[in-house]
Design a binder for this molecule. Sequence first.
Ligand SMILES: Cc1ncc(COP(=O)(O)O)c(C=O)c1O
Length: 445
Amino acid sequence: VSEMRKEILGPRGQELLRLKEQYAAPSFFHVTPVVMDRAEYPATLIDVDGNRYVDFAAGIGVMNIGNQHPEVLEAAKEQLEKATHFGFHVVLYEPYLRLAEALDQIYPGDEPTKSIFVNSGAEAVENAIKVARAATGREYIIAFSGSFHGRTAIALQATGKTKPSRLPFMRSAAPNILHAPYPYRYREPVPFADDDAAGEYYLGQVRHLLDTVIAPELVAGILIEPIQGEGGFIVPPTNFVQGLRQLCDQFGILLISDEVQTGMGRTGRWFGIEHHGVVPDLIAMSKALGAGWPLGAVTGKARIMDAVPGYAVGSTFGGHPVACAASLKMLAVMRRDGLPDRANSIGETISARFRSIQASCPQVGDVRGRGAMQAIELVKDRTSKEPYPEAVNDIMDECYRNGLIMIKAGLYGNVIRTLVPLTIGEADLKKGLDILEASIKKVLG
Ligand SMILES: Cc1ncc(COP(=O)(O)O)c(C=O)c1O
């Protein structure tokens, strides 16, 4: 943290920052050095020195419902007064079962589904891969360049007991994950004529991988973010995602949608993949699913979920009753208040502003997104498209100094992304965009 950044913090923030430097491992990256104290519904954060901020990060796309939503808090409190923890391996409880039922209702398509609850996005992805491997008896997974699926991988391999949790997956102890290129239209070396042409090309790359590197008969799943999140809010062509579905059907491969960032109404639908008219076999979810409590889920077609042997997956805290109770209320409020649709109008406001900024700033190379998942990509110039991450860092700093919490994304760290609460009011949305626009203009000149 630079001296300049320290200066803007108040005395309490300074004191706590010293604790951070002494005791918190530096490997846990943070965008701002602000020490936050509390939040006010829906989109205000207040630091330990009383400074107020508009929240455009929502705890990395977690607080879609808004921080401190009164009805969600009430549902969580009600559950907390009944019991703190049970453990679904020990006894059953209603919030877990009701949430599985509720996810079945919003899952795309008509096939019945079943769910497993865990605690985070990485755990959801790991378990989706485990389910795909166990259900197909195959071990390879095709993922995509630029994707982000989480930070765990080897806990299971480190477990020193073969039964019951390791046996179904032991053949796949090696990672066996291959990557195909993801359609990143802004950075095509030779631009394709349109989305359809690009989609066909990238689909051809997946077919090529299956023809040359790994036979489709050995592939358990294709794992895709329907819009890349950490990768920089990249929206793939619809014919690409539809073509993946067809490839999966042709070869008995399972299509796994990682909706950790795109789920829960963020893109204008419950799940990002719905924009492509595609029904996946499995969905990994987390972030906004828990309405602020740690919760992840794998929901998938019942016949696939049923194929995994009993006791093979699980977690001590998975499907924590308070998280499930909050999640259920969040889903009910979202449905009642039409929040997935509100994501579309938020997205229109943000993208209109981004396009007007682009018109006057040559370093704004691209504006893109879906629903309330909107981003701008900064480049040193529009011809070379050389990424400009330094400017993004300066803009993030300028934003929090002026009362806006923002985060970045992108393979090259040169993308500014918005993950505003879907309950944000027009005044806060405008205020945040004004601070962001002023910060961009100040940094880019
Ligand atoms: C698409 C996607 N998958 C998985 C993860 C990992 O989630 P977690 O950080 O909860 O493990 C993330 C986190 O940003 C994500 O964006």
